[in-house]
Design a protein around this ligand. Structure first.
Ligand SMILES: [Zn+2]
Length: 236
């Protein structure tokens, strides 16, 4: 895995000489060594450090809703910020590779922290098949692939399916979001899930309605434990 990653970075560096790759957050500076962020953004983007703090904003937002082992987001998401631009580039400008890079970066940190180091499977929040077809990829799955490659635990992309094309939730209240998410996901296969500690992975958490709906589906399998990992969390 690491040999392949080294080779990919080498190819990226070589391509970068011909087609300079720009930072996925600020879009101007050039990252070094195959990273998706420039040095300044790597330094400046607002990190949460939730993986080191068990009682954090993310886990508190979900208290009492379903059994949760741990919850961590890489960045704080603020409107009109470089993190919003980063997420926008990943989702709408096809920068799936940036999501993968961030997964590899964050995976190394998660491996050092409980309970994330005990997880043994990764499941990304699925897109509705129609949305996935239009976009061409699922950004959460690419983030999950990055995590999977460094944490050396399998990414299970085919267990959970989205059966309802949910509306965009940006302007909805918490109860409207929960209603929107009702029956939105179905467990297609339980194969290999019993007794597993699953990292459920998404791009941005706002109220947590999407993650809650997915977690409730997965928790119907005996012995399943859930931890959450997202690229970003929207501030209250
Ligand atoms: Zn930058």
């Amino acid at each position: 895995m690491e040999v392949m990653a080294g080779f990919r970075e080498w190819v990226d560096d070589l391509l970068g000489l011909v087609y300079p790759r720009l930072c996925a957050a600020c879009g101007s500076a050039q990252p070094l060594g195959g990273h998706c962020l420039c040095l300044r953004c790597e330094w400046d983007l607002p990190r949460t450090d939730f993986h080191r703090i068990a009682d954090n904003t993310m886990s508190r937002r979900l208290t009492g809703r379903f059994p949760l082992e741990g919850a961590a987001a890489m960045f704080y998401f603020l409107k009109d910020s470089p993190v919003q631009q980063l997420l926008h580039r990943i989702k709408y400008q096809g920068q799936s590779q940036a999501a993968h890079d961030l997964g590899r970066f964050y995976g190394r940190e998660l491996m050092e922290c409980r309970p994330f180091d005990e997880a043994n499977a990764i499941i990304p929040v699925p897109l509705h098949p129609r949305r996935q077809h239009f976009r061409g990829f699922n950004q959460s799955a690419w983030f999950g692939k990055g995590l999977s490659s460094v944490m050396e635990i399998p990414l299970l992309e085919d267990r959970l399916v989205r059966t309802k094309a949910t509306l965009t939730q940006t302007s909805m209240s918490r109860s409207e979001r929960l209603d929107n998410m009702k029956d939105a996901f179905r467990l297609k296969s339980r194969k290999g899930l019993a007794g597993q500690h699953i990292l459920l992975v998404d791009d941005v958490m706002t109220t947590g309605a999407t993650l809650e709906a997915c977690a409730l589906s997965l928790l119907t399998v005996p012995g399943v434990r859930i931890s959450l990992v997202t690229l970003a969390i929207a501030r209250d």
